[in-house]
Design a protein around this ligand. Structure first.
Ligand code: LLP
Length: 458
């Protein structure tokens, strides 16, 4: 079967319908149909392009493994958030952890984004990229004295506080700097986000936030502290949520609290709904930003508060690909392994969360799934771990030297990469129209041990 002969549902680019065929041997992801769902990518003839630039050219010029991001795709999703919530005072605080490259942060800062950070390092990146400290919210369960001191000195917009002990510490630091600290409490609403357990955060069993039941009392405690300025309420229930119901359930719980706070004389300026909106990696059908807005707007507009969001994945995931080259083909009696030059140190999501990400060729083979050339392959790295895989049982037609693009890799790709097996981290490139720029050099191996020393003590 050639691409043009694929069943209609595989080539439909306008609906959420399947772009895959599951056979006994493995999963076939139709590259053309998939790319039709990814705004930054398209096939021109047989060649894969990001915006106006050929993927093969990028691989040739910058080498592999290499992360490539589309500037336009990032801006389009940011704009979709601001358009969908245009009827309300709102602030999109991009979650830096998803992709913290300075170029990505700079593009978003220029567009007017705020930022959600979880470390001093992320704040330093935001400032280096030209972001405004006043539009930064600081999340995370373990802020230290020096983190807080730095953030307060820089004038950040809000600390999202996750415990009484953090609240007390922030007050102490603020007192020593004689500068009141703006805070929200992160409320844990005990709502099931129905996502992978490692990325679910809004359940009682999770380490995050202050329980819904305790929140009012902690707010009252905060109101009595000399250097705490209560400005908002915050909640984040998890990541890669594909349905809107858990967001609505969490919002309802937070609204309940806002009413109790008002009754107790505590007035807020903003409500922060966190991040978490899911994306389509292969066949998922996540709620769209517009549907998300339609479900929340009626409830939000009654509150009269500024609304903050902290999206990470939904802004950058599908703006990025990881390019990798096939180095070795190793068919065995039971399995075929394609060993590529990217590995779990470059992209850990498949190994850590059993995430299924699409793998598509930079150059289409002459025909589709039923040709002799298509076989099931495990796409694996060269790391000495069985868990080092990027995709399993994928029907592909492969030859050594082929360049593959792993899609959806713009979020939690490079930021979660490591140097395991003394592998230098990949380069990063940004594409805009027909231009492209190296936005992070590939690490050198020497740099990996430059700060180490031989044992010399006598
Ligand atoms: N705000 C807070 C407080 C968060 O903890 C997170 C993500 C976000 C916002 C952004 O959520 P997003 O819109 O990206 O879903 N490494 C995992 C995802 C971990 C998410 C952690 N927190 C993955 O690759 O799936």
């Amino acid at each position: 079967m050639s691409h043009s002969e694929l069943p209609a549902d595989l080539t439909d680019s306008t609906t959420g319908e399947s772009v895959t065929i599951q056979t006994e041997q493995g999963l076939y992801v139709d590259p053309k149909a998939l790319s039709a769902h990814l705004p930054a990518l398209s096939y021109r003839g047989d060649a894969l392009y990001m915006e106006q630039v050929s993927i093969d050219e990028l691989a040739k010029q910058y080498g592999t493994p290499c992360y490539v991001y589309s500037k336009q795709a990032i801006l389009d999703v940011y704009q979709a958030y601001t358009d969908s919530f245009a009827s309300l005072n709102h602030q999109v605080c991009y979650a830096v952890k998803a992709n913290s490259n300075l170029a990505v942060l700079g593009v978003l800062a220029q567009a007017g984004a705020g930022f959600d950070i979880v470390s001093r390092g992320e704040l330093m990146r935001v400032l280096a990229a030209g972001g405004a400290a006043s539009r930064v919210v600081f999340s995370g369960v373990g802020k230290t004295y020096s983190d807080i001191e730095y953030a307060l000195t820089q004038g950040i917009g809000c600390f999202n506080v996750e415990s009484i002990s953090e609240l007390t510490l922030i007050n102490e630091v603020a007192k020593s700097l004689n500068k009141p600290a703006p805070i929200s409490l992160r409320v844990n609403p005990n709502v099931d986000a129905k996502t992978h357990p490692y990325i679910s955060t809004g359940l009682k069993d999770n380490k995050f936030g202050i329980t819904h039941e305790d929140a009012l009392a902690v707010y009252q405690q905060a109101a009595d502290l000399s250097h705490i300025d209560i400005v908002g309420i915050d909640c984040h229930i998890g990541s890669q949520l594909t349905e809107v119901e858990p967001f609505v359930a969490a919002l309802d719980k937070v609204i309940e609290l806002i009413h109790s706070l008002r009754d107790a004389g505590i007035e807020l300026q903003h409500i922060d709904l966190g991040g978490g909106l899911g994306v389509r990696y292969i066949d998922e059908t996540p709620v769209s930003i517009d549907e998300f807005a339609q479900a929340l707007l009626p409830k939000l507009s009654e509150l009269g508060l500024t609304v903050f969001f902290e999206p990470g994945r939904s802004i950058v995931a599908n703006a990025g690909v990881l390019l990798t080259q096939v180095d070795v083909l190793k068919p065995t009696e039971h399995k075929n392994f394609a060993i590529v030059d990217a590995a779990m140190n470059d992209l850990i999501r498949p190994a850590l969360y059993q995430a299924e990400m699409a793998v598509i060729p930079s150059m289409l083979p002459s025909a589709g799934i039923d040709t002799d050339g298509t076989q099931p392959w495990d796409i694996v790295g060269a790391i000495c771990e069985t868990g080092d895989f990027l995709a399993k049982d994928r029907l592909l037609s492969l030859a050594t030297g082929d360049v593959l693009a792993i899609t959806g890799a713009g979020a939690y790709g490079f930021t979660m990469s490591s140097n395991y097996n003394s592998r230098p981290r990949a380069s990063e490139v940004m594409v805009s129209g027909d231009s492209h720029q190296l936005i992070r050099k590939r690490e050198t191996i020497e740099a990996l041990y430059a700060d180490e020393a031989l044992w010399q003590a006598q």
